[in-house]
Design a protein around this ligand. Structure first.
Ligand SMILES: Nc1ncnc2c1ncn2[C@@H]1O[C@H](COP(=O)(O)OP(=O)(O)OP(=O)(O)O)[C@@H](O)[C@H]1O
Ligand SMILES: [Mg+2]
Length: 645
């Protein structure tokens, strides 16, 4: 590989060449030619952003091979937008509402004259969603603007009104908006009104350079100077130029800057109402006042705002705000409530951070479980852990049957589910704390992460009831869940070729259950003898999930019917096809090794055979993603908690 100075130079040169290749400069006349060739060039801001988010394409959520997704979305039409898909998880509904806003705004519907407002609890992804839109713009094609315009305005504004109808026909594009005072002045003074000669350039969206992306942080209420939004008059120039001379104008407010792209209002309702009026006129009328006596300036920008629910409620309660409320499209950004997706959120955050420790298997799912439990509303239909499972698309087994609860009904019964609870940031802090407690091992695991969460909950500023409930989640529910996971994990590591053993139990069960149901015999694989179905064996599996006595016959029929239907549909049948049977088989395998696990992991001295088994088990755990540090921790934990004497 090329190393040293020349390789740096090569990259720099290539980058510059690529950048230059994207740049364009010409007269307004040349620009008209460009637009005739490609009428999509002078897009308005909403349409530009809508196209940007549609370009990477969409998928049907049911294209996913994940059975859980089908259980959740089988009867609703839900699209996945690739633009957002690899960064946002479990908030498909929110995203589709955002896309819908842009879609109708791009068609110049009423939405194009309304503020897009994201409302949700802390750390639910509001800022990240808007940042994603901004990054999308930065990565998009450059746009055309009048050279030197402080607002990078659309060159078509140069066309005088009386010619527009004719040009619109030729260009196939509706022209809206008028020159800003600065460009109007320059057209007259510098170009003697010959607008066809005005130079046009391409510009690239940039948040840092304040091109097409403006940001309004919340302003000190005692010092609400609208110059942050609409610019100001440059006092030093007031001596040189006469009043009303546009050369004193400094159009560098966030809305000026956001022209052509987006203008973001952070914590929007922290601002005084008066301050919000500029925001509203900018969207509703598509004009803002120019500072001083310079009339109005046309703007074309997507105004997005965000804040948390408390601020929204406060603002909404004030009747004097009605006019503003009517001009806002509210999109709720609740917390995600799906376990698998919550895990993806932390994987993403960790990937993008400097966090470089080993994360033991199940760590993220345990902390995610806590986050989601804290966000769920109780239901009379099931306990919270069951609800969590159902919301994650899992099948919940109760008395040998999959529990039938309608997820949509469960959701409809809630009031503000997902709008409160533990935030993503709280969880990330806990993971950081867990790591600082084990800097030497450089590893976090479910046990240390849970410990860190417990400490944080104890110290945090919560109501007594909430704290008590959170501690119950951690010390009771998640503790038990994790022990179950761990037992399965260790069993898998102990059992030589676990998968095959499970399959073989499954096949055996099927053969015997089928013979039992059809009152036929089972042919022994080896001796070719015809045997009676082995009821003892069937029972030994069924009792694992508490199917006993008269329930057994029905269960066997269900298994056979289910699998028969599955194989007729052409889906391959494996031991994990039918959830209740899968659970029974796994439990059976666990009991078969329970004794040996407890002896081996607890014994201080092991005989040779035990040592070999132990070493193989540890090796398997290492191969399954554990590190030396966390293998020790989880095995000790298992010995103390799973197999207590
Ligand atoms: N559903 C989600 N999918 C992907 N990432 C998420 C999701 N929810 C939160 N995050 C991540 O959590 C972190 C915090 O989110 P962000 O800062 O965007 O929250 P916020 O809603 O703006 O919070 P605040 O109200 O405190 O400003 C970010 O790294 C964000 O990417
Ligand atoms: Mg934020």
């Amino acid at each position: 590989m090329d190393t040293g100075k020349s390789s740096f130079e090569k990259i720099i040169k290539e980058d510059r060449a690529a950048h230059d290749a994207r740049q364009w400069r010409g007269s307004f006349l040349d620009y008209l030619e460009q637009v005739r060739e490609d009428p999509s060039i002078p897009k308005l801001s909403h349409a530009r952003m809508f196209d940007m988010m549609m370009r990477p394409g969409t998928q049907d959520i049911l294209d996913s091979p994940d059975a859980r997704v089908h259980r959740l979305y089988g009867d609703v039409a839900m699209k996945v937008y690739n633009f957002f898909a690899d960064e946002f998880f479990g908030i498909e509904k929110t995203i589709s509402q955002i896309v819908r806003y842009f879609h109708s705004a791009s068609l110049k519907g009423e939405e194009s004259r309304q503020v897009l407002y994201l409302m949700g609890p802390v750390g639910s992804g509001k800022s990240s969603l808007i940042e994603k839109l901004e990054r999308g713009l930065e990565a998009a094609e450059p746009f055309y603007a009048i050279e030197g315009c402080p607002m990078s305005e659309e060159p078509l504004h140069l066309l005088p009104r009386h010619l527009r109808k004719e040009f619109e026909k030729m260009l196939g594009h509706h022209i809206e908006g008028d020159l800003c005072p600065v460009c109007r002045f320059r057209l007259k003074e510098e170009y003697g009104g010959r607008y066809e000669e005005v130079p046009i350039v391409t510009r690239t969206f940039s948040k840092r350079n304040r091109v097409g992306i403006g940001v309004v942080p919340p302003v000190d209420p005692n010092n609400q100077d609208t110059s942050v939004l609409i610019g100001s008059e440059d006092i030093s120039k007031l001596d040189i130029y006469a009043e009303g001379d546009p050369r004193v104008l400094d159009l560098s407010g966030a809305i000026n800057v956001g022209n052509r792209g987006v203008c973001e209002f952070i914590e929007v309702f922290k601002n005084e109402t008066e301050y919000l009026h500029a925001m509203i006129t900018a969207t509703q009328e598509k004009v803002i006042p120019a500072p001083g006596r310079h009339g109005l300036v046309y703007v074309d920008t997507v105004i997005v705002a965000h804040s948390n629910e408390a601020e929204w409620q406060k603002f909404k309660a004030d009747h004097t705000n009605e006019a503003i409320l009517d001009r806002i499209v509210v999109v709720k950004v609740p917390y995600n409530l799906r376990l698998s997706e919550e895990v993806k959120i932390y994987e993403k955050i960790i990937r993008h951070s400097d966090f470089r420790a080993h994360v033991a298997p199940h760590t993220l799912s345990c902390v995610s479980m806590f986050a989601i439990l804290s966000r769920l509303e109780p239901s009379p239909k099931c306990d919270l852990m069951t609800k969590l499972r159902l919301y994650s698309g899992e099948e919940v087994i109760e008395k040998g049957r999959t529990k039938k609860i309608d997820i949509h009904e469960l959701r409809d019964d809630t009031k503000r589910e997902g709008m409160s609870g533990i935030s993503t940031r709280f969880i990330m802090k806990a993971l950081d704390n867990a790591l600082s407690d084990n800097i030497d091992g450089n590893c976090i695991n479910p046990i240390s992460a849970r410990e860190a969460l417990i400490n944080m909950v104890k110290e945090s500023d919560l109501s007594d009831d909430t704290r008590k409930q959170y501690l119950e989640f951690l010390q009771d529910i998640i503790h038990k869940e994790y022990l179950e996971i761990l037992e399965k994990e260790i069993t898998k590591a102990f059992v030589y070729s676990y998968q095959e053993q499970a399959e073989s139990l499954f096949q055996n069960y099927l053969d015997h259950a089928e013979a039992f149901v059809n009152k036929t015999r089972v042919k022994d694989q080896n001796t070719r003898e015809d045997l009676q179905p082995d009821e003892g064996f069937l029972k030994s599996i069924e009792e694992q999930i508490a199917i006993i006595g008269s329930a057994a016959e029905g269960f066997r029929q269900e298994v056979i019917a289910y699998l028969w239907a599955a194989s007729r549909r052409g889906s391959g049948v494996t031991y994990s096809s039918y959830e209740p049977l899968k659970e029974a088989i796994e439990k059976k395998l666990m009991t078969s090794v329970r004794d040996i696990s407890r002896i081996i992991t607890k014994a201080r001295t092991r005989d040779e055979e035990q040592s070999t088994k132990y070493d193989t088990m540890v090796e398997n755990l290492l191969a399954n993603g554990y590190c030396k540090n966390c293998v020790d921790v989880v095995l000790k934990y298992a010995a103390n908690n799973l197999w207590k004497d």
